[in-house]
Design a protein around this ligand. Structure first.
Ligand code: AHR
Length: 386
């Protein structure tokens, strides 16, 4: 089509200049011609003008066609990506979804099929199968729970569609090219090691902890629970109870309401496995008259460190917040680009996390012998968070 446009332009320009040339040079060549003959001499110029107009119209039409063809070719080049997202249970999840939608946009060259699986494992497998049927180029899965994946991942493999796992891990299949996410076990250990250093600094002798877990069987829950429990066992702390709040505010509130009744006056640490559960637990403790936060009866620990969580740290409600970075999508795009260029991406890519507290709750601690750095929550820090 480009060739057609160029040849039309050339023809047009040549025709126009030839005709214009006839009119332009003929007139001075006949100075003595009678007045009656003048209109006949102007005819070639008019003809040239008409021809130019005609050609201009054709050129415009052809240009339009070229534009349309380019747009068609462009959409054909989009990389199609299916993303089976866990759901919409938390602020963290909202940030993760937005990050994926921003990165895998049409403007960036992607055609994204997004499915919010509403924390339903069967629906998530169905979403993956629908991506196979669509014949997408890549499938991204944030697995609700860590097991039960081998069959559907084999189906992806048979269909020749590379799978990238994001955030939570899959424990019973290796039929995916890369995993991109946070180290949940380290998050749990960091919370435990921080608590050890903090209670020592505060002169608190006993730890009686209540845990509000995330979705049971998700790697985020398993890692955080196990990591914290390891330190609790080592230190001889009492974990009074563990129940799931399913990573939701309503779940956190419900579990904490029941804890406040069952363990009234018996606990001094509450660990919520995400910020939204912490918000629910705060409501329940407020209603039960339990005082929490730095300098109060109960130390409240949370994970995620989303903007809303950090605001509660700043407000003196959450004592320490252990980040789980939701912005993995740019790294996932890197994996796709590597695959597109025929390369082999890394099998595991860690997204770095930070630990947050107010100044007085910042203490030195290590995880597995590695010194950790805490970040003081300020307006600027909150402003910069997702
Ligand atoms: O898998 C990541 C966890 O899931 C986040 O901590 C939580 O907020 C989310 O729902």
């Amino acid at each position: 089509m480009k060739k057609k446009l160029i040849s039309m332009l050339l023809t047009g320009v040549m025709a126009a200049s030839l005709l214009a040339g006839c009119g332009g040079t003929a007139a001075p060549a006949a100075p003595a011609a009678p007045a009656a003959e003048a209109p006949a001499e102007e005819a070639p110029a008019e003809e040239a003008e008409e021809k130019v107009e005609e050609v201009a119209e054709d050129v415009e039409e052809a240009a339009e066609e070229v534009k349309e063809e380019a747009a068609d070719a462009g959409s054909g080049e989009l990389i199609s990506v299916g993303f089976a997202q866990v759901g919409h249970e938390s602020d963290w999840r909202t940030a993760s979804t937005k990050s994926c939608q921003d990165v895998f946009s049409k403007e960036n060259g992607y055609d994204l099929s997004f499915v919010d699986c509403d924390n339903d494992e069967a629906a998530q497998k169905e979403a993956v199968r629908s991506f196979i049927e669509q014949g997408v180029d890549y499938i991204i899965i944030d697995p609700i729970i860590a097991t039960g994946w081998d069959t559907v991942l084999t189906e992806c493999e048979d269909a020749g569609i590379p799978v990238i796992v994001i955030d939570r891990t899959i424990d019973d299949s290796d039929k995916y090219v890369s995993w991109v996410g946070s180290d949940f076990l380290t998050e749990g250990k960091a919370a435990g090691e921080w608590l050890k250093a903090y209670v020592d600094a505060q002169g608190i002798k006993e730890v009686n902890a209540l845990i509000i877990q995330g979705t049971i069987g998700s790697s985020a829950q398993i890692g955080r629970t196990d990591g914290f429990q390891e330190i609790a066992d080592r230190e001889g702390w009492t974990v009074l109870d563990k129940q799931t709040g399913d990573f939701t505010e309503a779940g956190g509130q419900e579990v904490m309401e029941s804890y406040c009744k069952s363990y009234a006056g018996k606990f001094n640490v509450v660990i919520c496995e995400n910020d939204n559960e912490a918000f629910g637990a705060m409501t329940a403790m407020d209603n039960a008259g339990v005082k929490y936060g730095p300098g109060n009866d109960v130390i409240l620990i949370s994970y995620d460190a989303c903007t809303a969580g950090l605001k509660e740290v700043q407000a003196g409600k959450i004592t320490a917040d252990f980040e789980c970075n939701p912005l993995a999508a740019p790294t996932v795009e890197g994996v796709i680009k590597t695959l597109e260029s025929g390369g082999t991406p890394e099998a595991q890519i860690l997204v770095p996390d930070n630990w947050y507290a107010l100044k007085d709750a910042i203490v030195d601690f290590s995880v597995d012998g590695n010194a950790q750095k805490m970040i003081e929550v300020t307006d600027e820090v909150i402003e910069a968070q997702y």
